[in-house]
Design a protein around this ligand. Structure first.
Ligand code: SAM
Length: 285
């Protein structure tokens, strides 16, 4: 290492690991590597290690989270995308590819069209950004009630030419999207109010309550999303919402009550549960 390198010597690296480990960071070696590679100067590294040792989530200190192989910008105070949500993205991408494919009976099939994707309760915009990266050609819209999330999402969906709106659920979406949405992905808050206090301290202290608290049984926001979905979905379009395994049956019932055809998908590997609600296809489908 050159004498002028801003990066710590082996001794300082070991000190960083020791400090992180003493603060309770289970993956101290890996965290030290990421912090060292992110810091431009020793002073910046020291400040980052201080923030991490004080309990800030690693992703907020770094300014990004890894999600679906992408680096998603995550500002302090914005929900950190979870690995389990990659399952929702994979299911949504598979359904979007079916929607984009030209009809098999078409004698002169057109090129696959851009699917219309809405990422509702978008937080950092991770779900929409990952879908756009997976599908290539999408018309992407995202919305969140929290201004900090909206600012962050604008950075993450810019590469896909996505639009981000601020407001309560569907309210800020342009009316021209009604009846046109192929994929409505909504990773809504779904922790029951009484369980928010049981979440790890990093989530409780550093993620906003509006991103976590789903009401008495955790399904208040999901029910509102399901009730509005038929108006926005295209015929044959799909709503995808993440829930816990425990909530899945009630979540599917709520989705079915509003006229969508519900089913539950589960990934044991990611410990992820997604309820999918499909609008009846049109008569010529
Ligand atoms: C669990 S976080 C998910 C964020 C992002 N979709 C993800 O998976 O990383 C839920 C998000 O819903 C937003 N939210 C909560 N209530 C909302 C509402 N009524 N309208 C719009 N967004 C809402 C929160 O601000 C938060 O960003």
């Amino acid at each position: 290492m050159p004498a002028s390198s801003p990066f710590p010597s082996g001794h300082d690296r070991a000190a960083t690991v020791t400090r992180l480990r003493a603060a309770g960071c289970v993956f101290a070696e890996e965290e030290a590597r990421l912090l060292i590679s992110a810091a431009r100067t020793p002073a910046a590294l020291a400040a980052m290690v201080d923030r991490r040792a004080a309990g800030q989530p690693l992703e907020h200190v770094l300014g990004w989270a890894e999600f679906c192989g992408l680096r998603i910008a995550v500002d302090p105070g914005v929900f950190i995308p979870r690995r389990r949500t990659e399952f929702l993205v994979r299911r949504a991408a598979a359904l979007a590819r079916q929607a984009a494919a030209p009809a098999r009976q078409d004698p002169a099939p057109a090129r696959p069209r851009a699917v219309v994707v809405v990422d509702l309760c978008c937080g950092s915009g991770a779900v929409g950004a990952a879908l756009a990266a997976a599908l290539g050609q999408v018309e992407l819209h995202a919305a969140d009630i929290d201004p900090a999330a909206v600012r962050c999402a604008r950075r993450n969906v810019a590469a896909a030419g996505g639009q981000v709106y601020q407001g309560d659920l569907y309210r800020p979406l342009p009316a021209r999207l009604r009846g046109r949405v192929d994929i409505l992905a909504a990773n809504v808050p779904y922790v029951p109010s009484g369980d928010v206090g049981l979440l790890p301290p990093e989530a409780r202290a550093h993620e906003p309550r509006v991103a976590l608290d789903g009401g008495a049984d955790g399904l208040d926001v999901l029910r509102r999303v399901a009730a509005g979905a038929p108006l926005w979905l295209a015929p044959g379009g799909h709503l995808l919402v993440e829930t816990s395994e425990r909530q899945a049956a009630r979540a599917a019932e709520a989705v079915g009550r509003d006229g969508l055809i519900p089913r539950v998908a589960r990934s044991a590997r990611l410990n992820a549960t997604v309820v999918i609600g499909t609008r009846q296809p049109g008569p010529d489908a």
